[in-house]
Write a protein that binds this ligand. Sequence first.
Ligand code: SF4
Length: 688
Amino acid sequence: ARLGRITKAETTCNYCAVGCRFELYGKDGDVLGVRPADPEATPANDFSTCVKGKFGYDFVNSDDRLTTPLIRDGDGFREASWAEAYDRIYEELTRIQTQHGTDSVAVTSSSKCTNEENFLNQKFARQVLKTPHVDNCARLCHSSTVAGLQQTVGYGAMTNRINEDIGETECYLITGSNTTEGHPVLATRIKQNVRDGADLFVFEPRKIGLAEHATQYTRTKPGSDIAWLNGMVRHIIDQDLHDTEFIDSRTKHFDELKEKVEPFTPERVEELAGVPPEELKRAAETIATADTCIFGWAMGMTQHAHGTRNVLAITNLALVTGHLGKPGAGLSPFRGQNNVQGGGGDMGPAPHNLPGYQDPTDDEIADKFAEVWGERPPQEVGLRLPEQYEAMLRGDIRGMYIMGENPVLSEPDISEAEEALEELEFLAVQDIFLTETAEYADVVLPAASNAEKYGTFTNTERRVQLVRPAIDPPGIARTDLEILCDLADRFGYEWDYDSAADVMDEIAELVPIYGGISYDRLESTPEGIQWPCTDADDPGTPYLYEERFNFDDGLARFVPADYAGPAELPDEEYPLMLTSGRVLYHWHTGTMTRRTQVSMDHVPESFVTIHPRMADQLGVEDGEYVRVVSRRGDIVVKAEVNDVADPGVVFIPMHFAEGAINELTQHELDPVSYIPEYKVSSVRIEPL
Ligand code: SF4
């Protein structure tokens, strides 16, 4: 709607996956601000937004925005026309594929972008470039959640709703999530409900903000989660508190689980995880006897070389206690990026999944796609993101196309990622800023921000919601969707989409869980639609598994989780455990929030938290700069002395290019999901 020169759009937040809705105001090409939307239209935040949602929009107006295509010219870039940029991409990727084979190029997609853009990006990889090597940043955050939940309950997604279930449960187990800083509106919901009497158990290495509101805060050793989760299951069975009716009627393989958890006595759990037996028992007994419980987690659980097993372990606890398939209960992975559920998962920009988690090796599925696309997509499973970087170093992948991601900061072991990018013969990056990764590119394409385009995001509770533009893109920047259609055209493919709505129609045709979703419905359903939504009459699915789990026999599977600890343990040379996470004012690799005033005013630079006793021992004062050194590299950051973690554990946020934690983190991968072990590395601290 236009009010003079002020424009207004009802849209969805582009930061975290809570998916708050608000009105975004613009004027003369700049964003002016936001106002929370009508409560009826915004189930995730019917009372407020967090500070990022409300004030975090300066980046859209930044003078750093890319406004025109750029082509490498010596050590720098020169401005180019769209036609010249597209020609260069076409010529270089075609040359590489002719010389080295179709599999010598890879495509990276982004959970920051819309569902429609991610769908088209994987289609560009599979149909146009014919490469199976397409992946996205979800590999690095919750791929182990998806892998674990698909094995046990069927869908790789949150089972429940935010307001009606997380907001109204009787009990919480929150672990591996600094919810107050990572998902602020969700944390507010939890705190409100705890004030009204719900029990909250927080199991974390760091005494995070939510711990202040907890019935019980239990400090765990980093990377020890399987031990205490198995220990809880054992204690519940030992005390005969498990839900036998649920187990007998809705699950299988309980006896295998029972046998596998037997060694996890409270004493052994204390030894492995540092959890006092009385705290383990109290939490287990309260969870087992509550009518409903929500199990919430984020990357503190997933980013481990045993991340999938962590997810199996927490799922086993939910199944043993019967806290699934009913209101107020559920498994709640708190997804990170705005659209990681939809864009990073559901839309299939992944080497082992076509859109809708469909198997590319299945002939029937391949034929279904061929009917719409005119040809089968590649049927082999491609390389996962970390494997792609190894292939780049070997010279097996020589060309890359990246949409909206910044691997120079987000890959583990940055030096290795930079070396891999340097080895490429050609790199194209499509983004809103000249990111640290775009600096390595041969062609840079200027993209529209989420304030400047139509599309949909799917939030962490599987809710598909509209994104609408409040302003136009700067200069001659184009939306990611337009760019991908133009590129497909340059490669000789006629993609016949007039709008994002047309792309959603194709998604609905090919992806059964989105089968009933269309823009017509979304325009008249401001609260969005939760998948699975299989046809136009299906209202969507607020919570999963009311009657059946997503397997042919309808039964959930207990999959025991063997214990594994951190891949790298402290030693004499590197005596401290380093862990990572978010801060409230910043987001991911900081490309947006490092260009946002309120974020930089509050947290202008990276830091390392050090326990006062360790700081004394090292001779480090609060506010002094220190060098943090691991086997991979070293960084200089400011010391923040506090007792949030044990003396042996230090913490660095993940948002900063200067003092980038991934100079230090390791490449060790989970064998199932291929997620790297970001959460635990061994380091030493040297005073400067
Ligand atoms: Fe945006 Fe998340 Fe904050 Fe909501 S809680 S306003 S979705 S960053």
